[in-house]
Design a protein around this ligand. Structure first.
Ligand SMILES: [Zn+2]
Length: 400
């Protein structure tokens, strides 16, 4: 019977996530455990194979210190990123490395049913060996739109209104399922394995078919009263605008700067009839702008001004050190980023000092999957059953 408290194990495991090499002393510093507790918990985790010794450091006095890392094969997660036009599935290692992938395309407004999701999950899970199957700890899912009480999903693009996704999946999946809003998953990925690892205050801005923000202040993700903090796309940028937003308002940032609004506005100013606009893609607008097409440049100028102004509000409200941009709109990074930075600086008062750093995510299209894996990892550490699975020696069958 294990006598090491769950809390000691989970704080050590959390502190080691994605750290390729760490010493006992560094673990003590980051977990604030006392030396005796840390040693006891580490011995247990090394004996079970959850943590691996990967080398030794020798001090000048001749003292040896073990170099440790998490064993990526100690557990696995299933990550599901519900995007606007497709679902990405991945089987990840304990530390979020993607081992197997699967994708399903979606029609707008046609959300997947539960059997679709189960099929996708099975397509990545079936690649594991039988001994690995029992070490799949949890499913992490990133949901677009609105997520109430971590259970109910409302997403126009999926045709879901207060869809009880968590309850439905929990009825048919034997391992824990955790849901997170997409922007939460994205900013979590940036904190865990991306550019925000050493930043206590950062904002992730998703710029795609929808626009949203994940806000981290003092290392804590901002949820809000109904978990709706960060509905950045629906702040009004131009009250006099006649651009209609999906939310029913006019002049929202999303109505001015989302991918569909860019395509629509470019087509309209180019004199295309509504039937000619179908199938147009934002990359065509970017290509035209690169060839100095005046209509495309005019459309993107509006976009840059709207996004820069919007981000200045985030910066003044939350004072982040870092603003990370992601999403399909960044296909036009060369055309948009310099202008966004310029507009942001223009809208900050002189006393505020220099604007925060604004960068594009380095995690690419995998950002949602990485965030889902970390969401599942963090939540699993709070579960006694999952910790038991994770610390069952790899040579033993897991009996739960
Ligand atoms: Zn809106």
């Amino acid at each position: 019977m294990r006598k090491v408290p769950d809390q000691w194990l989970s704080s050590i495991l959390l502190s080691m996530y994605q750290r390729p090499a760490v010493t006992r002393e560094e673990i003590i510093r980051s977990t604030l455990l006392n030396g005796g507790s840390a040693s006891q918990a580490l011995r247990y985790l090394i004996d079970s194979g959850t943590i691996l010794k990967i080398g030794e450091l020798k001090s000048k006095a001749g003292r040896r210190r073990d170099v440790l890392k998490l064993n990526p094969e100690a557990g696995y997660f299933i990550a599901v990123d519900l995007e606007t036009a497709r679902i990405r599935y991945a089987l990840t290692s304990l530390v979020g490395d993607i081992r197997f992938r699967w994708e399903q395309e979606l029609d707008f407004g046609q959300g997947p049913d539960i059997s679709n999701l189960l099929f996708g999950i099975e397509m990545v899970r079936r690649n594991l060996e039988p001994w690995q199957q029992s070490r799949v700890l949890a499913v992490g899912i990133a949901c677009p739109g609105m997520l109430e009480d971590d259970r109910l999903v409302t997403a126009v693009n999926l045709g879901w209104h207060r869809f009880p996704l968590l309850d439905k999946l929990s009825e048919v999946i034997s391992i824990p399922v955790f849901l997170g809003a997409s922007c939460r998953a994205y900013v979590l990925a940036e904190q865990g394995v991306g550019s925000a690892r050493n930043t206590a205050n950062c904002v992730y801005v998703e710029l795609g078919k929808g626009i949203g923000a994940g806000i981290v202040i003092d290392r804590r993700y901002l949820e809000g009263n109904h978990h709706m903090a960060g509905e950045f796309g629906h702040i009004t940028i131009d009250p006099s605008s006649d651009s209609q937003c999906n939310c029913g308002k006019r002049g929202c940032l999303e109505a001015l700067a989302s991918i569909s609004s860019i395509v629509r506005r470019h087509a309209k100013l180019s004199g295309k009839s509504p039937s000619d606009r179908n199938g147009a893609h934002v990359s065509e607008v970017f290509e035209k702008a690169r060839r100095n097409d005046p209509v495309a440049l005019k459309v993107l100028d509006t976009v840059v001004k709207a996004i820069g102004l919007g981000i200045s509000h985030l910066v003044l409200l939350f004072n982040p050190a870092l603003v990370i941009l992601g999403g399909e709109l960044l296909l036009g990074e060369d055309l948009l980023l310099p202008g966004i930075k310029r507009e942001l600086a223009n809208h900050l008062p002189a006393f505020f000092g220099p604007p925060p750093e604004v960068i594009v995510t380095s995690l690419g299209m995998d950002i949602g999957l990485k965030g889902c894996a970390l969401l599942a990892f963090q939540n699993s550490l709070a579960s006694t059953d999952s910790l038991k699975k994770l610390t069952t020696p790899l040579t033993e069958a897991i009996v739960m």
